[in-house]
Design a protein around this ligand. Structure first.
Ligand SMILES: Cc1cc2nc3c(=O)[nH]c(=O)nc-3n(C[C@H](O)[C@H](O)[C@H](O)COP(=O)(O)O)c2cc1C
Length: 378
């Protein structure tokens, strides 16, 4: 019997690496890997005057359109043409002065004069004494990716103007008819108006969720923090959902009295509360109660929304906060929604430096909670 302990996966992985590194063909293989890479790779020599290119692979030739003889011996700045006023170049110069790595996207020009966006990363190579003896530059033409991103971004602003603006006005008009401002209508007509109003609201919420998700993904969701009153936030959320709760025959209750004010973005925290309470209504059976609570725990403010709905499996706790993930809700009455609300809520809470979670047992309701620091992170 073999008494040796079994080798872990990492040990055996390291054996493969060691045997490759000790192979006499190692250098030739690595050289071929660099030569056949699909991204541009150049090596420069800063010990020679003007840090010239001493090696370029085929992908760099393809990317730039210059033949090898017009590349070797030149400083890479020839790719900039006359476009020398790019702020990134200042950062690049000081990175090279300090022998530090550098990553940025620069405007560069091919031999035929065509502009391309060059996603460049530069890393220094040092000798045993720490002196920089070479730089390695890795170049990627990201022009078509940036162009696609620009088109997506144009699409989002089109959605926001061409869809959101008319939808808001449809909702406002139906709202005015619904509250009687336009005179009395027969009950069957009022029922139809209400259906129209609810669907206009659903559509607007979907558009807003998509636009928020877009902001989150491009890192543009910013908080406007100010002193907020937790009771006010909860009362506003509950009031805005009273019609939805009434038509689902669900009671909303709260205990928000006497809590301290704290720093947060009121609009965004209301959005989280509305989202959690509105979800709770969707998943609550008729004649049950949803309880919305807030209390201070040390330096955090803890909000919670507890329903008496079908509950969630422990294995799904993480999944509910991932975008476009809707759990199989065949046992629930309604499952409308974009699948974005909880993912957006998680981001909003985390931007405040807080955290969000759920406690639940299949069959006995759920509590969605979030904790916010009384003073958010900078
Ligand atoms: C390894 C390496 C690769 C470089 N690759 C590029 C490149 O692809 N495009 C570019 O515009 N500049 C590139 N540069 C930057 C220029 O060579 C130069 O350092 C930069 O324009 C700033 O210096 P300057 O003000 O003397 O031109 C690279 C620099 C190094 C060290």
């Amino acid at each position: 019997m073999n008494s040796q302990p079994a080798k872990s996966k990492t040990d055996s992985g390291k054996e493969f690496l060691d045997s490759f590194l000790n192979s006499p063909d190692r250098l030739q293989i690595l050289e071929q890997a660099v030569a056949s890479a699909r991204t541009g790779i150049v090596i420069t020599d800063p010990l020679l005057p003007d840090n010239p290119i001493v090696y370029a692979n085929q992908a760099f030739i393809d990317l730039s359109g210059y033949p090898m003889e017009e590349i070797l011996g030149k400083n890479c700045r020839f790719l900039q043409g006359a476009d020398r006023d790019q702020p990134e170049l200042k950062v690049l110069r000081s990175a090279l002065n300090e022998g530090a790595p550098f990553v940025a996207t620069l405007r560069n020009y091919k031999k035929n004069g065509a502009l391309f966006w060059n996603e460049l990363s530069i890393s220094p190579v040092r000798d045993a004494r720490g002196k920089v003896i070479n730089y390695i530059g890795v170049q990627n033409d990201v022009t078509s990716r940036l162009e696609a991103e620009r088109r997506v971004s144009e699409f989002y602003s089109m959605v926001s103007h061409e869809l959101r603006t008319p939808m808001s006005s449809i909702r406002a008009s139906l709202g005015l008819i619904d509250d009687g401002s336009a005179g009395e209508l027969p009950p069957p007509a009022m029922r139809l108006i209400r259906i129209g109003l609810q669907n206009a609201e659903r559509l607007l919420k979907l558009v807003d969720d998509i636009l928020d998700m877009k902001k989150i993904e491009s890192g543009k969701l910013r908080l406007n923090t100010t002193l907020v009153d937790p009771k006010q936030l909860i009362t506003d959320a509950i009031n805005s959902l009273s019609t939805q709760a009434a038509s689902a025959h669900v009671q909303l209750e709260t205990n928000a009295d006497g809590q301290k004010q704290f720093l947060a973005d009121p609009h965004r925290i209301s959005q989280v509360l509305v989202n959690l309470v509105s979800n709770a209504i969707k998943f609550s059976p008729a004649d049950t109660t949803i309880s919305v609570k807030v209390k201070q725990e040390d330096s955090m403010m803890r909000f919670s929304v507890t329903d008496q709905g079908p509950g969630i499996d422990a294995g799904d706790f993480e999944k509910v906060f991932v975008k476009f993930q809707q759990l199989d809700s065949s046992d629930t009455r309604s499952q409308t929604g974009s699948g974005l609300g909880l993912a957006i809520s998680k981001t909003i809470v985390e931007l405040h430096g807080g955290n969000i979670g759920v406690e639940s047992k299949k069959g006995s309701g759920s509590t969605f909670w979030f904790m916010l620091p009384m003073v958010p992170n900078e």
